[in-house]
Design a protein around this ligand. Structure first.
Ligand code: IPE
Ligand code: IPE
Ligand code: MG
Length: 243
């Protein structure tokens, strides 16, 4: 994006990205699906940097869904190893990432993830907690329905404990108990790979999101595609139910 373009549009504060199409990308090249995930992880790194440089404040990446456990064990374990690589690398690059003001968070149910990954995630979150240029949410074992269920249970416990009455539950209570509590809703959700669905991504938060779909497979996604999505977004007329 040129400086001029950047100066003349209103940027989305929060972008959600469904990183889809890794398997098809690998298949096209006669490679195993894991190779596609590896290539996809590289693109994830590049897009994080680029989004930060142009001034995006929140970026949420869908990396592994609550439904993705259905995949062959070999593929699941290859994806887990890519998380390990990313977490190791983030530790090595801590100083650089801190200087860039990158805060990393995980959204999803981490209780069932391998212990070492959970520990590394907790550490990285803690170490980057006070950075405020860009917040990167990585959705791992994330499902929108699971997230809402998790919020409902937390609120029900407060009712059970007599802290609030059922009639007093409001929308803020639900927002405040989501994994994304305190963050703005996604303004723009990007899904490459030619699928036109959310696949359980940010279903509560996406109530008024703008959508951008493309046939490009995630490992082929570049900063130019992000620019295109943002420029298209800037032309949309968001009414939020008003006139
Ligand atoms: C997205 O790519 C990555 C994950 C869901 C973990 P896919 O693996 O779903 O790629 P396709 O959709 O099979 O091409
Ligand atoms: C959505 O992609 C999940 C992630 C990108 C992590 P899927 O490939 O799992 O979605 P479906 O199965 O095509 O809906
Ligand atoms: Mg897919």
């Amino acid at each position: 994006m040129t400086k001029e373009e950047l100066a003349n549009i209103s940027l989305p504060r929060h972008i959600g990205i469904i990183m889809d199409g890794n398997g098809r990308w690998a298949k096209q090249r006669g490679l195993g699906r894991s190779e596609g995930h590896k290539a996809g992880a590289e693109v994830f790194r590049r897009i994080c940097e680029y989004a930060r440089d142009i001034g995006i404040e929140y970026l949420t990446f869908y990396a592994f869904s609550t439904e993705n456990w259905k995949r062959p064990a070999e593929e699941v374990s290859a994806i887990m190893n890519l998380f390990r690589d990313y977490l190791d690398e983030a530790k090595e690059r801590e100083e650089e990432n801190n200087e860039k003001g990158m805060c990393v968070r995980y959204i999803g149910d981490r209780s069932v993830l391998p212990d070492d990954i959970r520990l590394m995630m907790n550490e990285l979150e803690k170490r980057s907690d006070d950075k405020d240029v860009i917040t990167i949410n990585l959705a791992v074992n994330y499902g929108g329905r699971d997230e809402i269920l998790h919020a409902v249970k937390a609120i029900a416990k407060r009712v059970e404990a007599g802290e609030i009455k059922a009639d007093e539950i409001n929308l803020k209570d639900i927002d405040g108990n989501l994994y994304t509590a305190g963050q703005p809703d996604p303004d723009l959700i990007i899904r490459p790979s030619g699928e036109y669905r959310l696949s359980n991504f940010l279903i509560w938060q996406a109530a008024y999101s703008e959508f951008w779909f493309s046939d490009i497979l995630w490992p082929d996604f570049t900063s130019e595609h992000l620019d295109k999505a943002i420029l298209d977004f800037a032309k949309r007329n968001r009414r939020f139910g008003g006139v």
